[in-house]
Design a protein around this ligand. Structure first.
Ligand SMILES: NC(=O)c1ccc[n+]([C@@H]2O[C@H](COP(=O)([O-])OP(=O)(O)OC[C@H]3O[C@@H](n4cnc5c(N)ncnc54)[C@H](O)[C@@H]3O)[C@@H](O)[C@H]2O)c1
Length: 437
């Protein structure tokens, strides 16, 4: 393919040399004369493993060159990739000035041409930017509606500086946030020869995956450092502890616990986070992440209470009281906390959870219910169907298959707040709301 790349920084320079290696004909565009001159001399404008050789080879073979003139680059190309910088602006939001400028340049350069063209945003931008701001700017500058001749997509870059060529060749996945079939196929074609899973999605999801990834990486680094600082005070060999911790690919480094849903609770997570905070306090070590994790968990509960309140004071049925399904353990159950908040605010509440039937409870849980929430005993509904019929708001935490059936059958017309992300519930005819989706 004939490819124009706008912005020859880390992303653009690496992509240029690597797409040329894949056999594409690449022309780079930058405002910096010196970067243009370097590339045309066969020199990489950045320092990265393997990039000097790749750039020299690509330029020698005539597959990679750089120019300043955006219009001629666009007119010669099938596809324009935008990888200019998006630095943090004064108020913390990304400054999109360079992206806006380049998109307008590409759009106006397409006026008076007739060939199909795909514009691909690779700079990191906030979710919604491509679909709204960039699409509008491109339509205005080109004078054409997108989706006929001119197409738009967002394709994030996941390279790590220092090993970017290796990452280009072996990315975790290739995400194409396509606004049309043609833009998807064109970007997929560009990556032909790179072995990775190609995932098609919409531009906003693709934009959010880039932000999620970097926020997650930052959180992991900060967590490891903070955890090690805390544990060092207990004479633990922190590098060994974190090394073994990371070998658990079932629960620790895995998709487990990464689905949005309701606040965590139960007898272990809150207790052990508090234990970490107390170790930190004793050693006078700052532990903002451990503290903020507990605070964030409470914020999520607050948000669900607010969601319920936004519908006015209607009768509510809560499915699930124990901290998760299949157990009668109610210690620090977030559903108990939710029920208490709603009762406190004067809601008429029924609870469906056969596992916490007071007559069957034993030991610690019986003691817990008698001491902490004796008033809940009267709220437990014996019949899930009646409970759904009587309610206007159904909150789904968890339920047995039979009890869930009552919602599926009788939930039509009710407000259904799904705290579990249960796909079956979405289309049962209720006014479906997610906890955070
Ligand atoms: N560096 C990374 O590892 C990395 C990885 C993934 C995504 N990103 C994202 O990609 C984008 C680019 O990052 P980078 O590190 O390559 O930035 P960079 O600052 O190294 O390079 C940006 C380039 O764009 C050029 N430029 C600015 N305005 C221009 C214009 N009007 N026309 C042509 N060129 C212009 C600049 O001269 C510069 O060479 C950012 O949004 C960044 O967040 C970066």
């Amino acid at each position: 393919m004939k490819v124009a790349i706008f912005g020859l920084g880390y992303v653009g320079a690496v992509s240029g040399a690597c797409f040329a290696e894949l056999g594409h004909e690449v022309v780079g565009v930058d405002v910096s004369e010196s970067k243009i001159a370097m590339i045309n001399r066969g020199e990489a404008p950045i320092v990265e493993e393997m990039i000097a050789e790749l750039t020299a080879d690509a330029v020698r073979l005539g597959r990679f060159r750089a120019i300043k003139d955006a219009a001629s680059a666009v007119r010669e190309a099938d596809i324009s990739l935008v990888s200019v910088g998006t630095p943090t602006g004064a108020d913390g939001t990304p400054d999109l000035t360079y992206v806006d400028g380049v998109v307008r340049e590409i759009g106006s350069s397409l006026r008076g041409t007739s060939a199909r063209h795909v514009v691909v945003i690779r700079s990191t931008v906030p979710p919604g930017t491509t679909q709204r701001r960039i699409a509008d700017a491109l339509e205005e500058a080109s004078g054409e509606k997108l989706g006929a001749r001119i197409h738009l997509a967002f394709n994030p870059e996941f390279l790590r500086e220092g090993r970017s060529v290796k990452d280009f060749r072996q990315p975790p996945f290739t995400i194409i946030g396509a606004m049309s079939d043609y833009s998807f196929e064109a970007v997929a074609e560009l990556y032909r020869g790179v072995e990775s899973e190609v995932i098609r999605t919409d531009p906003s999801t693709a934009e959010s995956i880039k932000l999620l990834s970097n926020a997650w990486h930052g959180l992991k680094v900060a967590f490891a450092n903070e955890a090690a600082r805390i544990l060092k005070s207990t004479d633990v060999d922190t590098r060994k502890a974190l090394d073994v911790f990371a070998r658990d690919k079932i629960l620790n480094i895995s998709p487990a616990y990464l689905r949005p849903g309701f606040s965590f609770g139960g007898s272990c997570l809150p207790k052990d986070l508090r234990a970490m905070v107390s170790l930190a306090d004793k050693a006078q070590v700052a532990a903002p992440i451990m503290r903020a994790t507990l605070a964030s968990n409470t914020s999520h509960l607050d948000a669900v209470v607010e969601l319920v309140r936004s519908f006015g004071r209607r009768p509510v049925v809560l499915f699930g009281l124990a901290f998760k399904s299949g157990t009668d353990d109610m210690r620090e159950s977030p559903f108990v906390a939710l029920a208490e908040r709603l009762i406190g605010k004067g809601y008429r509440l029924r609870i469906v959870d056969p596992f916490v039937d007071a007559s069957r409870l034993m030991g610690k849980n019986k003691e817990f219910i008698e001491r902490e929430i004796p008033h809940f005993v009267d709220l437990i509904a014996r019949d899930a169907e009646d409970a759904v019929d009587e309610a206007e708001i159904v909150i789904f935490g968890h339920a047995t298959a039979v009890d869930k059936g009552a919602i599926l059958e009788r939930g039509v017309g009710k407000i259904l707040i799904d705290l579990a992300g249960d796909r079956d519930l979405e289309f049962c005819g209720a006014d479906y709301r997610g906890a955070a989706w």
